[in-house]
Ligand binder design. Structure first.
Ligand code: NI
Length: 135
């Protein structure tokens, strides 16, 4: 019997979406306001879910305190109040879109979650725009 447990988290970060190999016009057309050369911020909302069997001794799928600390140490400390393009090496040459950030988060967390459990990351870039990555 699989149960999904979820933890919400939050971070603020700045980014710019553009390609160095495209001219200004094409970057503007594709990325719009997110191509602002001076960067801009988003209030990211994150939902991390772990699905698996309930442990017969603890009654937990995963200890939420452990998940909370994991998100704090691996994600919030790495991304909160950062300029993603400049300060997070993984985004030096990869556009920090919500899609790519969700993959980054999943990759950071996956090694710390039991192999038998499924990990899902939902990342809201705005209250209406969100992406899901399950690996
Ligand atoms: Ni943006």
């Amino acid at each position: 019997m699989n149960v999904k447990v979820s933890r919400k988290a939050h971070f603020n970060a700045a980014h710019r979406l553009y390609r160095k190999d495209w001219n200004e016009e094409k970057n503007d057309t594709v990325f719009g306001k997110c191509n602002n050369p001076n960067f801009h911020g988003h209030n990211y909302e994150l939902v991390v879910s772990v699905t698996g069997e309930i442990d017969s001794e603890t009654g937990f799928v995963m200890d939420m305190k452990v998940l909370k600390d994991l998100i704090k140490n691996e994600i919030e400390d790495a991304l909160d109040h950062k300029n993603l393009n400049v300060e997070v090496p993984e985004f030096n040459d990869v556009n920090p879109t919500a899609e790519n950030i969700s993959v980054f988060i999943w990759n950071k967390l996956r090694p710390h979650i039991e192999k038998t459990k499924e990990l899902e990351v939902v990342l809201y870039e705005t209250p209406r725009n969100f992406v899901t990555f399950k690996g």
